[in-house]
Design a protein around this ligand. Structure first.
Ligand SMILES: C[S@@+](CC[C@H](N)C(=O)[O-])C[C@H]1O[C@@H](n2cnc3c(N)ncnc32)[C@H](O)[C@@H]1O
Length: 221
């Protein structure tokens, strides 16, 4: 396991192997997902970005939040995960949900303006400030942000952290930054707050974007 930069090729390989069973493996964090999405405070007509959306497990709740006139945009690196996300969109007949396949670092998001951004178990993306810069360049001023993921527990719970790291080994490609996975995020979300989950091996965080260079053009999304 790597303690350096996230490795996109490694992530593609990992998710190729686990994509089919991914949804089943997420059942145990389904309440964390719901709680994190609720923190976005979605309103009818919002445009929400689901960063590294995986198989689209958050889409149903995001769609409920933004309503018929809102939209959901997912970005996903793994072709196998992205394929499942698109299949989910087709199954539900959603015409206001789209998946952009590729690395966040190269994704073309210029036509979108986001009212809310979800980072649900996206450690590799959170540890790349350049990727965050691309995403937040498309956020509206005061866009809401909600985050959930793995983190290190307090030192006295080290064995629990090791177990969580071992269990998460295929879901992230670096253990760098597990002390405070949100640290780079604070550049865009200065009043970021968080609380522990899963006995300290997880967290849920929330906040809003303070300033943004993008003009407030609601029609763009
Ligand atoms: C643990 S999964 C979480 C998926 C989804 N957010 C969820 O909550 O179910 C992490 C996802 O991040 C994606 N990913 C990793 N690095 C990425 C990047 N640079 N750009 C886009 N997606 C990325 C992986 O392919 C994987 O689908």
């Amino acid at each position: 396991m790597n303690f350096g930069k996230p490795d996109a090729n490694q992530a593609i390989e990992n998710y190729r192997a686990i994509a089919l069973n991914y949804d089943a493996s997420c059942v145990r964090v389904s309440s964390i997902r719901s709680e994190t999405i609720a923190l976005l405070g979605l309103r009818s007509g919002d445009c929400v970005l689901d960063v590294a959306c995986g198989t689209g497990l958050s889409f149903l709740q995001l769609c409920a939040g933004v309503g018929r006139y809102g939209s959901v945009v997912g970005v996903e690196l793994s072709p196998e995960m992205g394929r499942q996300a698109r299949a989910r969109i087709e199954r539900h007949g959603w015409d206001n949900v789209q998946v952009i396949e590729g690395d966040v670092l190269g994704a073309d998001l210029r036509e979108h303006r986001f009212d809310a951004l979800l980072f649900h178990y996206t450690h590799d993306v959170l540890r790349q400030p350049e990727a965050l810069a691309r995403l937040f360049a498309q956020a509206r001023p005061y866009a809401r942000v909600a985050v959930a993921g793995f983190k290190k527990a307090d030192a006295w719970l080290a064995p629990l952290t090791w177990f969580a790291m071992w269990r998460a080994r295929n879901y992230l490609t670096t253990y760098e930054g597990l002390q405070a996975p949100w640290s780079y995020l604070r550049q865009w979300v200065p009043e970021f707050q968080w609380r522990s989950t899963l006995l300290g091996t997880g967290y849920i965080g929330w906040g809003h974007v303070s300033t943004n260079p993008v003009a407030d053009e609601r029609s763009a999304c």
